[in-house]
Design a protein around this ligand. Structure first.
Ligand SMILES: [Zn+2]
Length: 323
């Protein structure tokens, strides 16, 4: 009998989201727990397995009634062997056999997917990208997550390392990136990148209403605070968002010229800046993308928000089970 329930997990650097999801993409139950990324991976996975059992108990669902687990994880993965090679957000993950460990702890089949790909799969399945065959889904958070759906399927590449838009080069000798390279897009347009660029400008003596906060509590500066100051008219903060939009536009226009995508979904905390970010992004894309002259460019917000990853992870589980 084909089982109608799967577990979708989104393993993040801060939170782990675990959900019970049916085959139409509906969330039947969900829990969120802290990752405690400072722990060893074996302990993080044990806590995850405990969370799964608790969720099943709460929902009065037996393990036998669940088809499998889809696990979305950050960083560079090997999907076939179920291994997480390296992840800037999970320092203890080094060649960790995630799938084997979680399988043993839960007695359920486990299928791995990159977290940003899972979000793209979720949005394509039941979110903003339904019915769209060629799309890019990006999440502008602490880092820049991105997943491509091409011809209706997520694109993994030959070694599961495709879709890393965040680590394409914007400036050859630019700011250092979490991945150990220099000048990556992520180092500029992610929340971390925005805060870094503001700090550099303030250190250079630029005037800004952020100056006081910077001098008193430098570490409390977030992209959301930068956005609030931009909204209140701070020139430097506005410039930073304009520039962020321009940088993003260069990368996205390159992507469009390569892949002629129908839609780009932009989510994550930085995208909450709305027009302040999107206007220069769209203007830049219109100037640079060949497609823009002939076809509309659909830049949209995600529909599933924080749930895209768990829903996409569950879809991965269902797809494996039905072959
Ligand atoms: Zn990088």
């Amino acid at each position: 009998m084909h089982k109608e329930l799967a577990i979708g997990i989104d393993l993040g650097g801060t939170n782990i989201r675990i959900a019970l999801i049916d085959s139409s993409g509906k969330i039947k139950g969900i829990r969120k727990q802290l990752t405690h990324a400072e722990l060893e991976m074996a302990q993080i996975l044990e806590n995850m397995a405990d969370g799964i059992i608790q969720l099943l108990n709460e929902q009065k669902v037996k393990t036998e009634d669940v088809t499998s687990i889809g696990l979305g994880a950050p960083g560079f993965l090997s999907l076939g062997s179920g291994v997480i090679r390296f992840s800037p957000n999970l320092p203890s993950a080094k060649e960790t056999p995630l799938v084997n460990i979680l399988k043993r702890l839960t007695n359920l089949p486990v299928y791995l997917e990159n977290d940003a790909n899972a979000a793209a799969i979720g949005e394509h399945w039941v979110g903003a990208g339904q019915g769209v065959d060629n799309l890019l889904c990006i999440t502008l958070g602490t880092g820049l997550g991105s997943g491509f759906v091409l011809n209706g399927k997520v694109w993994h590449g030959s070694n599961d390392l495709a879709g890393e838009l965040g680590h394409t080069t914007l400036f050859p000798e630019g700011l250092p990136c979490n991945c150990g390279r220099k000048g990556c897009l992520e180092a500029y347009v992610s929340a971390t990148g925005i805060v870094n660029r503001i700090q550099i400008a303030l250190k250079e003596g630029r005037e800004s209403s952020l100056k006081n906060l910077f001098e008193k509590q430098e570490e409390s500066l977030t992209s959301l605070i930068v956005y609030e100051h931009a909204e209140r008219g701070d020139r430097l903060a506005r410039e930073i968002f304009e520039e962020t939009g321009r940088y993003l536009a260069i990368s996205l226009a390159n992507v469009l010229n390569l892949l002629d995508l129908e839609m780009i979904i932009i989510g994550g905390q930085v995208s909450k800046a709305g027009d302040l970010l999107l206007r220069p992004t769209i203007q830049g894309i219109e100037r640079r993308a060949i497609r823009a002259k002939y076809y509309p460019i659909k830049i949209v917000q995600p529909k599933l928000g924080d749930h895209a990853g768990i829903i996409g992870a569950a879809k991965t589980a269902f797809d494996h089970d039905t072959g």
